[in-house]
Design a binder for this molecule. Structure first.
Ligand code: OAD
Length: 231
């Protein structure tokens, strides 16, 4: 069938107990983006930012992959063609569910990054202000997550995959954050069939060839079963 490129967002982890950003009561209704998800916010109040990500890291470490994560891992394992998972999520639930080669375009809670020399290492469960980089010894450790105003990771590779996609699926994302929100356009230009799987239609739902609505733990396994049956 060719290459399947799958983009996931916070909605795929919602039924694992991890909050989304923009749903009612979501993270961005409790915290200001400019305070906790920008380089300027970190420079202003690193303790606040570390506190935000420490809480999320501890919560994510307790979460279990759900039926949607498991179904995508099964698709990657059993489908005869290449299945690429690109996630905006900073949890590791795709990997915990058995997926491989997951492209974390917004980074990961499991990582620490030196703001001085870009060295990366495994984050402790709780990071603290002034933590020292093991490579250059600068006291400038930060979470290895992409903040607003920063370039997401793996973009060249992701665009290469989109250019070769025959199917593009977007799962559990509101389609409000670029560049991920434009991936459907790139994939369609490449001739891919596009499908959105989401609880509610996203802002960009009209751009997709097909929209499947429902909770990820129900609709993703069904969609995967369909692909495996027809492969
Ligand atoms: P959002 O919170 O913006 O959107 C979550 C989407 O998941 C919504 O469209 C919901 O309808 C859907 N959803 C909720 N529960 C679901 C369920 N059980 N099954 C299926 N869908 C469900 O989260 P994202 O689109 O991932 O970036 O947000 C994108 C980026 O914005 C994040 O990576 C983060 C945030 O700011 C950064 O921090 C850089």
């Amino acid at each position: 069938m060719g290459k399947i490129v799958i983009l996931t967002g916070a909605g795929i982890s919602a039924e694992s107990g991890l909050g989304t950003f923009r749903d009612e009561g979501g993270l961005w209704s409790q915290h200001r983006i400019e305070d906790v998800a920008t380089p300027e916010g970190f420079a202003r109040d690193p303790a606040l930012v570390h506190g935000f990500y420490n809480a999320r890291r501890i919560q994510a470490a307790k979460a279990q992959p759900n039926a949607a994560h498991l179904a995508l891992a099964r698709l990657q394992r059993d489908f005869p063609s290449e299945v690429v998972i690109v996630t905006q999520n900073v949890d590791n639930l795709h990997e915990a569910g058995g997926a491989e080669n997951v492209l974390h375009m917004h980074g990961t809670l499991a990582g620490a990054l030196c703001a001085t020399c870009d060295h990366r290492w495994t984050a402790p469960p709780e990071m603290s202000v002034g933590e020292v980089c093991p490579a250059c010894t600068a006291p400038s450790a930060r979470p290895d997550v992409v903040w607003f105003g920063e370039m997401p990771y793996h973009m060249d590779l992701i665009y290469d995959h989109l250019a070769g996609a025959t199917v593009f699926a977007s799962i559990g994302t509101s389609g409000q954050v670029y560049p991920a929100a434009a991936f459907v356009h790139e994939a369609a230009l490449a001739g891919a069939r596009t499908v959105e799987l989401n609880l509610d239609p996203s802002d960009g739902a009209s751009r997709y060839d097909e929209v499947i609505l429902g909770p990820a733990t129900q609709i993703v396994p069904q969609w995967v079963d369909g692909l495996l049956t027809h492969s």
